[in-house]
Design a protein around this ligand. Structure first.
Ligand code: UDP
Ligand code: MG
Length: 319
């Protein structure tokens, strides 16, 4: 039996057939010069284009390649999760499949892990690269909120990381269904270092993340890492109750000792404001309930429909 590889490279891919060949060859070429024993696990996250066919044709040409095909698009977070659960290396490197994460940093990541014994080598964005304005604003808002609420500064964090097997093991122990890779690697701790990098322009096509997908990820990540929004709801309740009591006393006082109570506009405004706040509050509570609901259902995080690799021969179906 072949000894297990020293390093596993995990690459989630969704509809990347236009440049999959170039990406994989570039990455493999660089990694080969840095380490002799490694595997490349590409997770096809339910692509609708020719990504899977491309992987099948690339298999005989890249001996280190393994590919997993998810039964549908589960999203990058879960695709990563599938890759991490299948990795056997003594360390894993997670990276995007569009060459936005410069592969020439890989030798340095390996050196820091091997020689300086860092358990996590994290590549942090020196600049966010070319992004639409809305995405930049959204990212600033999201990371600002997350930092305030959880204390993790993930502003320039990326998913381009090396993790020692011990971290992967710890990560596997976190059983939540709703995974947020950056948050979870910050949560586990361990000895960590960073390498700054410039995000490269996308090789082909456009970002696979639409605005709604990103907004959903932002809400889910905050809900899974902080319960402060729930406390804010209670705090808001207390503040408004104090206001209500004061105003109540004032109104009764006026009724008994002053003239007639006017203030139709105030009443309407208060109704609207309190109504709006109540709905937001119920919404926040609802987000947490939906998170609990997803967790207790205990469904598998993802389903694999096919696996191919050179070491195991032909494909097998696993659903
Ligand atoms: N990706 C994925 N599933 C998805 C969306 C994206 O596996 O549902 C992969 C995608 O193929 C790429 C990586 O995640 O390899 C990063 O995606 P993208 O480049 O679209 O994101 P961005 O660079 O804009 O953050
Ligand atoms: Mg990208």
């Amino acid at each position: 039996m072949k000894p297990s590889p020293e390093l596993s490279i995990i690459i989630p891919m969704y509809n990347e057939d236009s440049h999959i060949e170039k990406s994989l060859f570039t990455i493999v070429e660089i990694v080969r010069q840095a380490i002799t024993s490694f595997e490349v696990i590409v997770v096809d996250d339910g692509s609708r284009d020719g990504t899977w066919t491309a992987l099948q044709t690339l298999l005989p040409r890249i001996s280190e390649l393994k590919a997993l095909r998810l039964s549908r698009n589960f999203g990058k977070e879960l695709a990563l999760c599938a890759g991490l659960e299948h990795a056997v290396g003594r360390a894993v490197i997670v990276m995007d499949g569009d060459l936005q994460h410069p592969p020439n940093l890989i030798p340095e990541m390996i050196r820091l892990w091997r020689e300086e014994k860092y358990a996590i080598v994290e590549c942090v964005k020196e600049s966010r690269g070319k992004e639409p304005l809305l995405k930049k604003i959204g990212a600033t808002l999201f990371y600002g909120t997350l930092n305030r609420l959880t204390g993790y500064n993930l502003k320039n964090a990326s998913d381009f990381k090396l993790l020692d097997a011990i971290v992967v093991q710890a990560w596997r122990g976190l059983q939540e269904r709703n995974t947020f890779f950056r948050g979870m690697t910050a949560w586990v701790g361990f000895r960590k270092t960073t390498i700054p990098f410039r995000v490269m322009p996308r090789e082909h096509g456009t970002s696979r993340w639409g605005f709604i997908k990103l907004a959903r990820l932002a809400v889910e990540s905050i809900v899974s890492f902080s319960t402060i929004p729930l406390r804010l709801v209670s705090l808001l309740g207390i503040v408004f109750s104090i206001g209500a009591i004061t105003l109540g006393i004032h109104t009764v006082w006026k009724k008994l000792f002053g003239g007639a109570v006017t203030g139709f506009t105030t009443v309407i405004l208060l109704q609207l404001i309190i109504g709006g706040l109540l709905m937001i509050s119920i919404g926040i509570v609802g987000e947490y309930i939906s998170a609990i609901y997803h967790e207790v259902k205990g469904r598998p995080r993802y389903l694999i429909s096919e696996k191919i690799s050179n070491s195991e021969g032909q494909s097998q179906i696993e659903v």
